[in-house]
Design a protein around this ligand. Sequence first.
Ligand SMILES: NC(=O)c1ccc[n+]([C@@H]2O[C@H](COP(=O)([O-])OP(=O)(O)OC[C@H]3O[C@@H](n4cnc5c(N)ncnc54)[C@H](O)[C@@H]3O)[C@@H](O)[C@H]2O)c1
Length: 322
Amino acid sequence: MKILVTGGAGYIGSTISNYFLDKGHEVEIIDNLSTGLVKNIPKKSVFYKIDISNVKKLDEIFKKKKFDIVFHLAALISNEESIKYPKKYYYNNYFKSKIFLKQCIKNNINNFVYSSTAAVYGNKDKPISENDFLRPLSPYSKSKLRLENLFKKEKKKISCIILRYFNVAGSDLKLRCGFNVKKSHNLILNLCAASIKKKKFVINGDNYNTKDGTTIRDYIHVQDLAHIHLLAANLILKKKVFKILNCGYGQGFSIKEILTTFNSILKKDIEYRVGKERPRDIKISISNPNKLIKTIKWKPKYNNLSDLLNSSLKWYKKISTL
Ligand SMILES: NC(=O)c1ccc[n+]([C@@H]2O[C@H](COP(=O)([O-])OP(=O)(O)OC[C@H]3O[C@@H](n4cnc5c(N)ncnc54)[C@H](O)[C@@H]3O)[C@@H](O)[C@H]2O)c1
């Protein structure tokens, strides 16, 4: 397969790129390095440091190579930042992607896997199915949903699988790439930082209506996600499809459960304090993965919380010493 990955210098895009290169596919990457890392870019890939909205460069790239499929991951991804700067998120994640999509279609590139997010559902007390009611709470999740709708609008012209990722964690198995420690903010990263820098870990609120008062998430290993992209791409190349699939294991863990498992990996207790709830934070987000499993015949391989956390920690330790 000849694959174009947007956002391929980022955490998930680079892991997927390595996964496909390992399997002998050709990978080209577009990234403006706004949050991505040069060291994440696989040596065997072709890299273009450009913005997804750079129409002139896109035409040049598309003239040189006929891609079988595009994995569209380029986006800004912080819920909190998006609340402060909603226009920035609308402009980067929706408006620029609209330009990109138009340019692809103009150049007869019609196969896409789009990385969306479970945040489009908002709060749900039970495992979420793809046809559940959508209620994005932040400008980030709104921008991702808006782009989903644009792909849907082009459905007659394109084949597309929209993957709604739940919380992604873990690292490339060979630790060749991973999250940008300086620009990412998430629970697991904060735990890694607390374990190494001896900073106090902060739980953002413990008064939610959940089993232990802390928020609950479904974490999926980035390596399983890479495999999902392969199965999705195979399906798209076999027949014309338009599908939306949740990507999670169907198992939720609270912050306190994550902390306990992390402590058992470290064999010591991380110090923590309870801080303020984050604005518009989601209380519970757990996937119902049945449609994913049935549609692409997927079996999870890395759904062990301890291994998942350990994998993130290994990358954090590696990148912190570079
Ligand atoms: N990390 C998660 O838990 C998670 C959960 C749900 C969905 N997602 C989605 O997965 C995708 C990848 O997320 P990630 O965690 O790897 O984030 P990331 O920040 O590590 O990667 C995003 C990449 O896109 C690039 N980029 C952003 N805007 C661009 C533009 N206009 N032109 C070119 N490049 C641009 C950045 O430089 C970066 O390398 C995003 O679309 C995100 O919405 C991530």
